[in-house]
Design a binder for this molecule. Structure first.
Ligand SMILES: [Zn+2]
Length: 243
């Protein structure tokens, strides 16, 4: 490929490679059980795609399904993306799926990329005061001198499962702690706060005591049954219909 194209590709890969898990990601568990397979919940809660239409999402980075923290080499981890292949840029300890916003900061400033609740529940934690234009600088994320802390919303569902929505825009959170939300409710706008190299949503499904953080996606290097309400094709971006 032309050098310029290759350079652009490498730049993108570098950016993607440094998309980072949130600082508050839960530590890996020491369970003796085999966490490499996702346990079936007693009652299956399904999730709607947590971004309102139009989706404006151009890349999805999957969860590191291997619960063992190994090293920083990026080797030996188990990730997938929505193209159905093992995703080479996922990294050890990344406990969520990243939905990367098309148009980056210009689209973010447009204010139209709404994060929505993936299922009904109760808001248990919010943060919206943090700087939201963090980006990559060299090989590291910088927040231009501001603390590297992400804005977020966390929702607890009836079965104790929590969904977590990270890197939100400053002052964009639409809900309060203790508030009950329905699936599809407007939570906040996609931003680039915290450990984030570009505007994107880091979406996490934490099974709590029932098991590890999972990727709702079903397919290669993920669980066999989807936790999305709509996963039409094996590698399609899910639909936003509620359960
Ligand atoms: Zn992430």
């Amino acid at each position: 490929m032309p050098c310029t194209h290759r350079a652009m590709t490498l730049t993108l890969l570098t950016l993607v490679a440094f998309l980072a898990a949130c600082p508050s990601d839960p530590p890996p568990t020491d369970d003796d059980d085999d966490d490499s397979t996702t346990p079936a919940p007693p009652e299956r809660l399904l999730f709607a795609f947590p971004v309102a239409e139009p989706w404006l999402i151009n890349l999805v980075v999957g969860v590191d399904h291997d619960p063992v923290e190994t090293d920083d080499s990026g080797l030996g981890i188990d990730c997938t993306n929505y193209d159905g292949v093992g995703f080479p840029f996922c990294y050890d300890g990344h406990d969520g799926s990243d939905f990367i916003l098309q148009g980056a900061f210009s689209q973010m400033d447009d204010g139209s990329a709404q994060v929505i609740a993936a299922a009904p529940g109760t808001v248990v934690s919010i943060e919206e005061d943090q700087y939201d234009r963090c980006h990559i600088s060299g090989t590291a994320v910088t927040c231009d001198g501001h603390p590297i802390i992400g804005n977020h919303v966390i929702i607890e569902h009836a079965d104790g499962v929590r969904t977590k929505y990270w890197h939100l825009m400053t002052d964009s959170v639409q809900v309060e702690v203790g508030e009950t939300v329905e699936c599809g409710d407007f939570l906040a706008l996609i931003g680039s706060s915290g450990n984030s190299s570009m505007p994107h949503l880091h979406f996490e499904v934490d099974l709590g005591e029932e098991g590890p953080v999972i990727d709702p996606y079903a397919g290669p290097e993920s669980q066999p049954e989807s936790w999305w309400t709509e996963q039409d094709g094996p590698f399609d971006v899910p639909g936003s219909d509620c359960q």
